[in-house]
Write a protein that binds this ligand. Structure first.
Ligand SMILES: CC(C)(COP(=O)(O)OP(=O)(O)OC[C@H]1O[C@@H](n2cnc3c(N)ncnc32)[C@H](O)[C@@H]1OP(=O)(O)O)[C@@H](O)C(=O)NCCC(=O)NCCS
Length: 250
């Protein structure tokens, strides 16, 4: 979610208009401060949640110092201030949807801060105001140790399932740097096919249309995963942490 320099970021940047007072609090804000809806989907290994908080901005800021990530995601590092604005934009704009990916093992350990559980994000935005069924997907497993373990493929399918089931998405696109062989290979494995190459931005556009066979595939892959209220689970987690701190029985 850092600033993307290629053309597909223009739609996103247009929405970055809401400059508000910035809090530098590393803790995750309370729901009333956010005013967005929460839910999560959990697989055995990790979970995704739609909370896109101020704390996330700090984590993104650290991640995007990596030259490798900048290159792979065609992004430029943002100042912390810009990162907060970007996070707000992704949280508040109706044409964007972001899930943060958390390591479930770390998250299950109530001693870990939520921000420490973040390993990446997956998101899409509605890139064509004339066609609200077209979504452009982006994925980033920011923590290198978590790459190559099947997480990217799994969360992308979770995100696609969410988009199809909840938002009526009919077509997904991904714009990927020509050098990013891993990402291109992953999307092709997910039945995306190449529709164009832009030599100016050195990126390829891959696309897949939602048909019955894609729906069935997504259901097979992620239909068994549970969707729950994130805040309720987070409340239980906090309670466990405070019980552990005071030595009270669970
Ligand atoms: C690209 C990215 C999302 C892939 O996610 P991942 O969790 O690492 O990949 P997975 O383990 O799910 O593997 C998915 C597919 O990617 C390809 N792949 C993964 N690791 C690979 C590697 N080291 N070399 C070549 N292909 C690889 C394979 O096709 C694999 O499918 P397979 O397991 O059936 O062979 C992730 O590596 C990433 O976020 N990288 C940095 C940021 C980035 O490039 N984002 C994409 C911007 S468009």
């Amino acid at each position: 979610m850092a600033q993307v320099t290629s053309n597909h970021s223009l739609a996103r940047e247009r929405h970055m208009t809401k400059l508000k007072q910035v809090s530098r609090d590393w803790s995750f804000p309370e729901p009333e401060q956010l005013g967005c809806h929460f839910q999560w989907t959990a697989s055995d290994r990790f979970l995704q949640h739609v909370l896109c908080s101020l704390a996330c901005a700090c984590v993104y800021h650290e991640w995007m110092k990596s030259a490798e990530l900048q290159q792979l995601t065609a992004s430029e590092p943002l100042t912390l201030e810009q990162e907060y604005d970007m996070q707000r934009s992704w949280r508040e704009d109706a044409d964007k949807c972001t899930f943060i990916i958390l390591d479930k093992r770390r998250w299950t350990d109530s001693g870990s801060e939520e921000a420490q559980c973040m390993i990446g994000d997956v998101n899409f935005f509605l890139s064509d105001p004339e066609d609200l069924s077209l979504a452009e997907l982006e994925i980033m497993i920011a923590e290198p140790d978590y790459r190559g373990k099947g997480i990217g493929k799994e969360v992308t399918q979770m995100m696609m399932h969410y988009g199809v089931a909840k938002l009526g998405i009919n077509k997904f696109q991904a714009k990927i740097g020509l050098d990013n062989e891993v990402s291109i290979s992953m999307f092709k494995k997910l039945h995306f096919h190449q529709v164009s190459v832009c030599q100016v931005f050195k990126e390829v556009t891959l696309e897949t249309t939602v048909d019955e066979s894609l729906r069935r595939r997504l259901l097979r892959q992620v239909g068994h995963m549970t969707e729950r209220d994130y805040l309720a689970a987070r409340g239980g987690r906090r309670q466990a942490a405070s019980q552990a701190a005071t030595g009270a029985p669970a």
